[in-house]
Design a protein around this ligand. Structure first.
Ligand SMILES: Nc1ncnc2c1ncn2[C@@H]1O[C@H](COP(=O)(O)OP(=O)(O)OP(=O)(O)O)[C@@H](O)[C@H]1O
Ligand SMILES: [Mg+2]
Length: 263
């Protein structure tokens, strides 16, 4: 099914929050997968179905251990936890030091995500070309950079998108679609066209799919288990338009080398 990787450049523009807000509105069964190498936040931000904390031992570390025992021995579903928001999550590593525990399992993760019967929203966090999650990101159907569209955010976005051209094989058959999601004031209707103009002017082939509202109340609700009110929040409602665009992106087709291919 569709794998969408959310990435960021410098700063904390709201990538984890975006993954959760998109999942609230996603039109098909979806799981949020936290692979942020800097340490996962989903574990701390999201509650289980009963409103209690998630199990820190079940997630990226447990799937890493299972994959090291043998690819094909496990599925994503074995390591997901149901949440109060109605979609399951794969918790990330509690701290970056524990990333070493994933080891050689990284190479098997893209296939595990592809084999999952639902769509997958991957929180890959702040990314550089040397990031351990780059292999996973490069095999996603859609790579979406989350950005605050101010002067700094736009500058770092340009640098990030330039750096992603080669590892994502942008422009080649089988490459992921490159998208951008702005996080800005609800009334900032200029952000999306302005960002798109900037990227077009720079010759960066990325589509700005919309804007998520900056909404403190909605962000607080998405960090709690108060499900009923989340979907009505300004933040969650602002996710409807970008979700329509992102969820409609076709699953990519195999490239000529087969390296980028999806089964
Ligand atoms: N749309 C939003 N409206 C209001 N506050 C937000 C929004 N998105 C994120 N925040 C707040 O900004 C902070 C950073 O958000 P978040 O953790 O989602 O960013 P991030 O890009 O994932 O950061 P990191 O790179 O550290 O993982 C959090 O305190 C969060 O509550
Ligand atoms: Mg994050």
């Amino acid at each position: 099914m569709t794998t969408l990787a959310l990435v960021s450049a410098k700063g904390s523009p709201g990538t984890t929050m975006a993954a959760l807000a998109l999942a609230v509105q996603w039109p098909r069964p979806v799981a949020v997968v936290d692979v942020d190498p800097a340490g996962g936040d989903v574990l701390y931000r999201v509650r289980d179905e009963a409103g209690g904390p998630l199990d820190p031992d079940r997630g990226l570390l447990s799937i890493g251990a299972a994959l090291r025992r043998g690819a094909g021995e496990t599925t994503l579903a074995d390591h997901l936890q149901e949440t109060a928001f109605g979609f399951p999550v794969l918790c990330g590593v509690p701290s970056p030091e524990q990333l070493a525990g994933i080891g050689g399992a990284w190479v098997h993760l893209p296939q595990v995500l592809t084999d999952h019967p639902g769509d997958v929203l991957v929180d890959a966090g702040r990314i550089t070309t040397s990031s351990p999650v780059m292999g996973l990101v490069s095999q996603a159907d859609v790579v979406c950079a989350v950005v605050r569209p101010d002067l700094e955010g736009s500058a770092h976005l340009r640098t990030l998108l330039r750096s992603l051209q080669a590892p994502l094989r942008v422009g080649q058959a089988g490459a992921p679609q490159l998208c951008v999601l702005a996080v800005t004031a609800y009334k900032d209707t200029a952000a999306v066209p302005d960002l798109q103009r900037l990227l077009d002017h720079e010759g960066l082939p990325a589509r700005v799919v919309g804007a998520l509202a900056r909404d403190d109340k909605g962000a607080r609700l998405l960090s709690s288990a108060r499900v009923g009110s989340v979907a009505r929040s300004v933040l969650a409602r602002s996710a409807i338009e970008p979700v329509e665009r992102l969820a409609a992106t076709p699953t990519r087709q195999p490239g000529p080398t087969g390296l980028a291919g999806r089964s």
